[in-house]
Ligand binder design. Structure first.
Ligand SMILES: [Zn+2]
Length: 247
């Protein structure tokens, strides 16, 4: 499934979301007239291959792959994309997010998830065919993503307190009045409060939602996008849902 947000597209920059089937998690394609940035990948390899086919068949050049945070439904199929587009940079906002990705992958291996090797395990002496996360993932030098033909940069923020994940990134596209909040905002599914999200994390998360509400109100953001979504929902509803999980 894909959709286009037109908004105030001053420079032909468009924003597409493509929902995965297995995990129902969105990845986004940010593009100008000739270039595209893929934001987040999938955990299902055939869906990642389909997305790579879609990008390859398009007229736009893949400028970079950007991963928002270290949860596997957002980065696991980096191995597919890096194999399909070996010269395209893979970026994250901070060294902590790169560490989260490596740490989560190592934890997955330690608990045998998934069974057998699937190409996304961390490369090591024991597994030289694993994925070279430290060698492939580059930390952005500045908190911006640039599309070569776009008039302005996409603002990258990654200084949030630990909440849904240890470290999270959001993207703001000012001229489209859009904030991509990824897993800070959920819609149509309940917010993740399982392993990795403790009581303090939930409290911080509620605080961050309040900040997002305030900020988006101040800046006049009228498009809020998230990774897990169907339709649109005010963050206030998620606020209440999270509050029920604080004891
Ligand atoms: Zn997440």
């Amino acid at each position: 499934m894909s959709g286009t947000l037109t908004g105030d597209v001053a420079d032909e920059r468009t924003l597409h979301d493509r929902a995965g089937r297995q995990a129902n998690v969105n990845r986004y394609l940010l593009s100008d007239a000739q270039n595209v940035i893929v934001v987040d990948l999938l955990r299902n390899s055939s869906e990642a291959e389909e997305l790579a086919d879609h990008v390859e068949a398009g007229t736009r050049k893949l400028a970079c792959i950007f991963i928002t945070h270290g949860h596997p439904d957002h980065y696991l199929r980096l191995n597919v994309f890096h194999r399909r587009f070996p010269d395209v940079p893979v970026n994250v906002a901070s060294a902590e997010i790169r560490d989260d990705i490596i740490g989560f992958s190592q934890w997955m291996e330690s608990v045998g998830w998934p069974r057998g090797r699937a190409g996304h395990e961390v490369r090591s002496d024991d597994n030289p065919d694993g994925f070279d996360y430290p060698g492939v993932i580059q930390v952005l030098g500045q908190p911006v993503l640039k599309l070569p033909l776009a008039a302005s940069s996409i603002k990258v923020r990654s200084d949030y307190a630990s909440s849904e994940c240890g470290h999270m990134t959001t993207l703001c596209i000012p001229e489209q009045r859009a904030l991509l909040a990824f897993d800070l905002l959920y819609n149509g599914v309940h917010a993740w409060c399982g392993p990795g999200v403790d009581q303090q994390g939930i409290r911080k998360w509620i605080q961050i939602l309040g900040e997002i509400e305030q900020e988006t109100g101040k800046r006049g953001v009228d498009v809020l996008l998230r990774s897990w979504c169907r339709g649109r929902r005010k963050s206030g509803q998620q606020h209440e849902e999270l509050s029920r999980n604080v004891h």
